[in-house]
Ligand binder design. Structure first.
Ligand code: ADP
Ligand code: TRP
Length: 324
């Protein structure tokens, strides 16, 4: 089974990205054929500065490798090193109803936030469909917010297959419901773009500062509290053992525990969790050429597959195939 996932280099990766996406991808590479890439074409829809996108791409690569992505086994590359996906995007654009993209909630949300959208943002799901389908992927592990993009991908595959023949298998999404949304320090969904994120590899002192500033309500220490309404508890659940989670739950309900106590424990747990990976991250930082080589090797492997699909598609639509 081929498992594919992409992640945008739109800033430093945070614990929402880790629990919502990366952890699943890392676990899946053990049993499946993994195809993981850094979605820099997608990130361009946010109009980043060239120096930033270059740095963030490198950061994502180092984060993933430090956290356990095995480039011997898993194909790992930078999206823009396989330009065939942009060609497939065009073929798909010509079978995709505009109305389908107008219904897309990720697009509508960004517009509602006041962003003035470029055409790339509007056709973002078509590029995503091309990413997935060019490798004839079977399973796509993503966060819950990407479910609709997977539905659109299946729609596009069907539109294309209906017109040109059965070229694309329909991919399934794989969503870890239990950690559907990790809250940020302000209680909204943790996101690079909200300034409320805790980065996986930011300094331990900065992590501590952020955790201590997580927004809570003003229930006094001695009063009982509802753990399910607390952002600190929501984060603690990501790191603590089931027994410890149960203990904290009881402490909340009993009263007598302040949010400050829980925050301190959360700092310890998060440090313990990521500390083993920090060393590897530092080693990669001092060796960017090695990281670049891994990405280029991955691109060569990915491109061989992408070229085959593009040939098939070109011939199916009545164009000349490109053999070389
Ligand atoms: P961001 O919102 O920070 O820009 P992305 O949209 O690039 O994050 O998301 C990358 C991946 O991480 C996606 O699969 C997304 O579902 C997941 N993800 C991002 N933020 C969270 C979160 N707060 N909780 C759970 N998953 C998340
Ligand atoms: N849209 C995804 C996100 O923001 C990133 C992405 C791009 C992706 N292409 C993909 C995810 C293909 C899965 C498969 O998280």
């Amino acid at each position: 089974m081929r498992v594919l996932s992409g992640i945008q280099p739109s800033g430093k990766l945070h614990i929402g990205n880790y629990f919502g996406a990366m952890r699943q991808n890392l676990a899946l590479q053990a049993e499946h054929e993994g195809f993981y890439f850094i979605a820099d074409y997608h990130a361009l829809t946010n109009s980043p500065r060239p120096a930033d996108i270059r740095q963030w791409t490198l950061d994502v690569a180092m984060d993933y490798l430090a956290l356990g992505l095995d480039p011997q086994k898993t194909v790992f590359w930078r999206q823009s090193d396989v330009p065939e996906v942009t060609e497939l995007t065009w073929f798909f654009s010509c079978v995709t109803p505009k109305a389908l993209l107008e219904r897309c909630t990720t697009y509508k949300d960004k517009v509602a936030q006041g962003l003035s959208p470029n055409h790339g943002l509007f056709t973002y799901p078509v590029l995503q469909a091309a990413d997935i389908l060019i490798f004839k992927s079977n399973l796509v592990p993503v966060g819950a917010d990407q479910k609709q993009h997977l539905e659109i991908t299946r729609d596009i595959a069907q539109f294309f297959n209906n017109v040109y023949g059965q070229i694309f298998p329909l991919p399934k999404d794989h969503i870890l419901e239990s950690v559907a949304v990790v809250p940020g320090i302000d209680g909204r969904k943790m996101s690079k773009s909200y300034g409320n994120a805790i980065e996986i590899f930011e300094s331990e002192s900065s992590v501590k500062k952020k955790i201590m500033s997580i927004v809570t309500d003003s229930t006094p220490v001695e009063s009982p509290k509802d753990p399910d309404k607390c952002n600190v508890f929501a984060m603690l659940k990501l790191f603590a053992s089931p027994e410890e989670i149960k203990e904290w739950e009881q402490k909340y309900r009993r009263g007598g525990t302040g949010y400050g106590h829980v925050k301190k424990r959360l700092v310890e747990l998060m440090h313990e969790f990521f500390r083993p990976y920090r060393h590897k991250r530092q080693e990669l930082e001092s060796n960017p050429d090695k990281v670049e080589k891994i990405l280029l090797d991955g691109a060569a492997r990915a491109r061989a597959v992408a070229r085959q699909t593009i040939n098939e598609v070109r011939e199916a639509v009545g164009f000349r195939g490109m053999k070389s």
